[in-house]
Design a binder for this molecule. Structure first.
Ligand SMILES: Cc1cc2nc3c(=O)[nH]c(=O)nc-3n(C[C@H](O)[C@H](O)[C@H](O)COP(=O)(O)O)c2cc1C
Length: 215
């Protein structure tokens, strides 16, 4: 292999814009949590968040980093709603829902529901008051567990416990989620998304937590 040359950028003193550009370029691909939440008047809010992953399995927990709005324009509706109601639903964004999901990232005024503006159909949840997005093949009802303000205060990590998984028959056989059938969409840096592309198989070398291990 030809040797590589590198640029080295120190992280500690980076301005927020440069740090953001580097982080979202380097941490790829990112899954997209299409989050529904409820405001104080019961309006349903929907917005995508790709600074997101699972962080625990006993019980299952997800974490989402929600940034403040740029130019000191306060906090995002999703963050306000989760802090107030302590509930939200993570709907998995897919290739089929990419267009709607992307549109829902527009900055709608707080009294305008993305759901109504974009005509997104909803389903009731089992344990939380926040509804699920009907066209998403996976919807995870979450209860807020912890809120952690990070670094200089622009970013806040919301950790939620998954209290119910809703899994479409099209992607779940009662044991495994079929990622190929689900066709999740991934966020890359800037205005780019990606599909799954080629899927590789290797035997698992360690037992999964609590699991029996499978090939
Ligand atoms: C694919 C995608 C991923 C996004 N990921 C994040 C994220 O991880 N954190 C964040 O604060 N904003 C993220 N955004 C921007 C928010 O979706 C946007 O600020 C939105 O207006 C917030 O809506 P709200 O005020 O209704 O909560 C993302 C946008 C898109 C399109």
């Amino acid at each position: 292999m030809q040797s590589q040359t590198f640029s080295c950028v120190d992280g500690a003193q980076l301005d927020t814009e440069t740090a953001y550009r580097l982080v979202v370029g380097c941490v790829v691909p990112r899954p997209v949590a299409w989050i529904t939440s409820l405001d104080a008047d019961g309006r349903v809010n929907a917005a995508p968040f790709s600074s997101y992953n699972y962080v625990a399995t006993s019980p299952p927990m997800l974490a989402i980093n929600i940034a403040a709005r740029p130019e000191g324009r306060g906090t995002k509706d999703t963050a306000n709603n989760i802090r107030r109601s302590r509930e939200f639903v993570v709907n998995v964004a897919t290739e089929d829902t990419m267009e709607l999901m992307h549109q829902s990232a527009q900055e709608f005024p707080p009294d305008v529901s993305e759901i109504e503006a974009l005509g997104i159909a909803l389903l009731p949840s089992r344990h939380v008051a926040v509804p699920r997005i009907a066209i998403a093949p996976v919807q995870m009802e979450c209860r807020l567990d912890q809120v952690i303000v990070l670094g200089r205060g622009i970013n806040t990590l919301f950790i939620g416990e998954v209290v119910a998984f809703h899994l479409s028959d099209a992607i779940y056989d009662g044991r495994r989620v079929d990622a190929a059938a689900m066709r999740p969409i991934a966020r890359l840096g800037g205005p780019y998304y990606a599909g799954l592309g080629e899927i590789f198989h290797r035997p698992m070398l360690q037992k999964p937590p609590g699991g029996e291990g499978t090939a």
